[in-house]
Structures are given as structure tokens and as C-alpha cells.
Design a protein around this ligand. Structure first.
Ligand code: DX5
Ligand code: ZN
Length: 214
């Protein structure tokens, strides 16, 4: 079970310190937002490149942007290890997954709460990761959409059938109240923003979550 702390909830003025506090997490989740696909705006490739020397963790870039095909190469050059884009944001998901892999990154595809897992049936073999959004993307600290448990089960079953090495990641509204149920539903990676960086001691919060998921 991997935990991916989401830097969206970190204090950007102390970003290096906050990254050091979560160094035991397997992934570092970087939410890229453009103010168009989602209402919020975060950061671009330069910030990813500047953060890269601070951590050896897997940089898990979640692109919440329109026309993600325009930016894959830049995020890869900046140091992204996993590049995940939204199915809803591009017309040619299969081509883009293949392109992400051709850069040497792992290719992820994300679906919003309204998109059925079945929409991924014909691209699952082209994916290294499926990201089931358990909130509507855009902001940290939102309430978990309960239907997501079933979607995680469906995504795991789809991957088991056609691409067992594909990881299932879940993002939004996750914490100690639902983490174990998500693991049991088949999740491999849990993204957490507020539950880690909203805690008084993010390092301790991460240790507690790792212990809970053992
Ligand atoms: C939301 C982002 C998430 C966000 C999760 O659109 O994709 O990664 O940081 O934050 P929490 O864990 O607070 O819901
Ligand atoms: Zn995210």
C-alpha cells in the first residue's frame, strides 16, 4: 500500500521542509491545475523541476488541465515519473498514454466521479495507473464521494483481467476513516492532502496512516 501526500495542502512558503516531513511516503503527488479543466490554478513544470532535487520519491503528476497532450513532454523533462491526465480532457487518450510511455514516464489516466470505469475498458492495457477521483477535482479538503468504493473495486477487476500490473490510485477526501476500506476494495495508492498536511505534524500523520494500513 503506497501513500501519496498531495502537496496541494502543504505550506508553499515552507515547501522544502514539508517535503522532508513526508520523505517516507512512496509517492509525492503534484496537482497541476489550469483554471480551465478545474476552477483552481496551481503550478507548472518549473516548480516541478525546482522541487525535483529535494526528493528521490516517485513524482506523481496529476494533470488537471485541458489539452494535456501539450504539456506531457515538459512535465517529463521537469522530472515527473508518473504522468496522469484526465480522460475527460482529451479526445485521444490511447495515443496520449502511448506517448507518455514513450517519454519513459509511467502513464496514468484519471476519471472524475461522473465517468464510469467501463470507459477505460479499451485503454487499460495502455495504462500503468488508473486514478479514480473520489471528489470532483479542483480543491483539497472536500468530502469523499461514497460511490468511489465501488469504482475502485471495478477498476481493480478491470486491471486484473487485462493488465494486472496497473496500479489503482484514489484521490480526494481520504483519511483514517476510509483508507482501510479503500485498500480492501483494491486500491494500491492513496493520495492524501488535508489528512497529512492539515495535521499538526505531517510526519506523524503519515506514520499513523502507514501503521493503519499495515
Ligand atoms: C483534488 C486533488 C487532490 C487533493 C486531495 O482535485 O486532485 O490531490 O490534493 O486533497 P484531500 O486529500 O484533502 O481531499
Ligand atoms: Zn490529485
Amino acid at each position: 500500500m503506497k501513500i501519496a501526500p498531495s502537496l496541494l495542502s502543504a505550506d508553499f512558503a515552507r515547501i522544502a521542509e514539508q517535503i522532508a516531513e513526508v520523505r517516507d511516503a512512496a509517492y509525492l503527488h503534484l496537482d497541476v491545475m489550469d483554471g480551465r479543466f478545474v476552477p483552481n490554478i496551481t503550478w507548472g513544470p518549473k516548480i516541478v523541476a525546482d522541487l525535483r532535487p529535494l526528493s528521490k520519491q516517485t513524482f506523481d503528476c496529476h494533470l488537471m488541465i485541458v489539452e494535456p497532450e501539450r504539456y506531457v513532454d515538459e512535465f517529463r523533462a521537469a522530472g515527473a515519473d508518473v504522468i496522469t491526465f484526465h480522460l475527460e480532457a482529451t479526445c485521444h487518450a490511447q495515443r496520449l498514454l502511448a506517448h507518455v510511455r514513450s517519454t519513459g514516464a509511467r502513464a496514468g489516466i484519471a476519471i472524475c466521479p461522473q465517468t464510469p470505469v467501463a470507459m477505460l475498458a479499451d485503454v487499460v492495457e495502455d495504462c500503468d495507473l488508473i486514478l479514480v477521483m473520489s471528489v470532483n477535482p479542483g480543491f483539497a479538503g472536500q468530502a469523499f464521494v461514497p460511490r468511489s468504493f465501488e469504482k475502485v473495486r471495478q477498476a481493480r477487476a478491470l486491471a486484473d483481467e487485462r493488465n494486472p500490473r496497473c496500479e489503482i490510485e484514489v484521490d480526494g477526501g481520504i483519511g483514517e476513516a476510509n483508507a482501510r476500506e479503500l485498500r480492501d476494495a483494491g486500491a494500491d495508492v492513496l493520495v492524501m492532502g488535508k489528512s497529512i498536511f492539515g495535521a499538526p505534524d505531517p510526519g506523524a500523520a503519515l506514520r499513523d496512516l502507514h501503521a493503519l494500513l499495515k
